[in-house]
Design a protein around this ligand. Structure first.
Ligand code: GAR
Length: 202
């Protein structure tokens, strides 16, 4: 069984989708830890409600040392780290030890509306402002860059001229809840290989 850690900064609806997919039997994995970089993240409450071990690593106190603290907690304990709305940037030794074993979900079709400073509602505001006709979400492996690692799954949604950023966020979020669990399933089934920028086996 694949052992995973889920890292959150906010509401944790993606974490909840993973929990639900484990409980339904769709995912054959166990959540060994949920880590938040914000003490009031609702994702922590969701984890506690299921008796999952939780850790708060305050990003304001830890700054760039957050990655080494995560490594101390997770080294040797999990097979995969899932960033589910985790907003701190990871770096250093953690990325080497967990090379190709960290995945992230981003609420747009990478390489659009991504990179430094692009997260949460800002992404949808930019998509609406730009006038795109489709948007979506991307699950990708995490490398040294921001939103730059090989893409595992993308899901597309329509964007309508009447949409607010909130409308788009809700439409994309529904697809995120499917995409993240699908990516975890592909990994736990051992289906995926990475060749350069390409993820094969999907
Ligand atoms: C999600 O939309 C996720 O894609 C986004 O934060 C939200 C977290 O929602 N992540 C990023 O913007 C990362 N660049 P959740 O806490 O309800 O899962």
């Amino acid at each position: 069984m694949l052992k995973i850690a889920v890292l959150v900064s906010g509401s944790g609806s993606n974490l909840q989708a993973i929990i639900d997919n484990i409980e339904s039997g769709y995912l054959n994995c166990s959540i060994e830890a949920v880590i938040s970089d914000k003490k009031d993240a609702y994702g922590i409450d969701r984890a506690k409600a299921k008796d999952i071990k939780t850790y708060i690593l305050d990003r304001k106190q830890l700054g760039i040392n957050i990655s080494s603290e995560i490594l101390k907690i997770l080294d040797g304990k999990v097979d995969l780290i899932v960033l589910a709305g985790f907003l701190s940037i990871l770096q250093g030794e953690l990325l080497h030890v967990f090379k190709n074993k960290i995945i992230n979900i981003h609420p747009a079709l990478i390489p659009c509306f991504c990179g430094g400073g692009m997260y949460g509602m800002k992404v949808h505001e930019k998509a609406i402002e730009y006038g795109v006709k489709v948007s979506g979400c991307t699950v990708h492996f995490v490398d040294e860059g921001t939103d730059s690692g090989p893409i595992i799954i993308q899901k597309v949604v329509d964007v309508y001229s009447t949409d607010t950023a909130k409308d788009l966020q809700l439409r994309v979020l529904k697809q995120e809840h499917k995409a993240l669990s699908e990516a975890i399933k592909y990994i736990s089934d051992g289906r995926i290989t990475i060749k350069g920028r390409k993820v094969l086996g999907i």
